[in-house]
Design a protein. Structure first.
Length: 297
């Protein structure tokens, strides 16, 4: 694992560090906006007094904190989407890889980082009872002690089933300033949040208490977009229904489903979903930094 000097220095003094994932950059956002957003995410973390550590595989190395050249590789090239099971083979052949929530959380925790920001978690896909398609994000969070700030789970998933699996897997889930579990592009998924916290200090207190009793997994902080900044709900529902039909019609399956539907959303909403996606990840990065500061204090 190669830690950027700034990240290594912050961890050595117990300072606040926020991990950021790279699948969101490589496969969740269109070029060239993705590179701008990657830089804006790092700036949002710095703006709240923490050090950003974007995680990726670059030429066969695990990198925790990317320099400008490495960030450009992740944003510009056709890098593989790597979950935890893909790390070994991609590293062994000296390849590049974009890390998902699962692999970013795993690697960040190993590096000693306690807080991670993303857009939306992976989860249980619709029709998973037939396809068995459930993101490795869930099982990984069950055994990875890290705080994950997200805007809920991506609305293209079965949100209710994902919340049930998070419960079975003993993953703590807190709505941030809300009793409603957020719906990624939408402020409210229609499901209640299992728990609630209203400040970074409250999140930090819950995390410390969970660690003190040996709870092994992640604490998910679900941070909603304000209602005024969400995607128009009827437009969302229409584009989602059409997108799910299109994915089925052209035979998109497995790890290609999420990038296919996100890209389709961005095109079918005239960029409105892209703007909502960018806003929510930036808000999550800033909140994650405030939580990291609270935990370090
Ligand atoms: N959040 C976003 N955009 C994304 C993702 C999250 O705003 O592209 C990525 C994350 O890396 C997550 C992955 O781990 O989607 C889930 O993919 P799958 O459903 O194939 O497990
Ligand atoms: Mn999957």
């Amino acid at each position: 694992m190669r830690l950027a000097p700034e990240v290594a220095e912050a961890l050595a003094r117990g300072g606040p560090v926020v991990a950021l994932e790279s699948t969101l950059i490589a496969h969740g956002l269109p070029r060239p906006r993705n590179l701008e957003v990657a830089r804006e995410l790092e700036a949002a973390v710095r703006g709240e007094g923490a050090v950003p550590a974007t995680v990726a595989l670059v030429a066969g190395d695990v990198r925790i904190g990317l320099d400008a050249a490495a960030l450009e590789i992740v944003a510009a090239e056709d890098v593989a989407k790597c979950s935890v099971r893909d790390l070994g083979p991609v590293l062994a052949r000296g390849g590049h890889g974009a890390t998902t929530v699962a692999s970013t959380a795993h690697l960040a925790a190993r590096a000693g980082i306690g807080v991670f920001a993303t857009g939306g978690l992976g989860g249980v896909h619709r029709e998973a009872s037939a396809s068995f398609d459930e993101s490795a994000d869930l099982a990984t969070l069950a055994r990875t002690p890290i705080v994950v700030v997200c805007a809920g789970v991506k609305s293209l998933l079965d949100v209710g089933a994902t919340l049930e699996r998070l419960e079975s897997l003993s993953v703590t889930v807190l709505g941030y300033g809300t009793d409603a579990f957020p719906g990624f592009y939408l402020a409210d998924s229609g499901h209640p949040a299992p728990g609630r916290a209203d400040s970074p200090a409250e999140v930090a207190a819950a995390v410390r208490a969970a660690r003190a009793v040996g709870a092994p997994g992640a604490v998910v902080v679900a941070n909603p977009l304000p209602a005024g900044e969400q995607l128009d709900p009827p437009l969302h529902d229409l584009v989602l229904r059409e997108g799910l039909e299109a994915a089925r019609a052209v035979g998109i399956a497995g790890k290609d489903v999420t990038p296919f539907l996100l890209d389709r959303f961005h095109r079918q909403t005239g960029g409105a979903s892209l703007e909502a996606n960018v806003r929510l990840v930036l808000r999550n990065a800033a909140l994650a930094a405030r939580i990291a500061v609270a935990l370090a204090g």
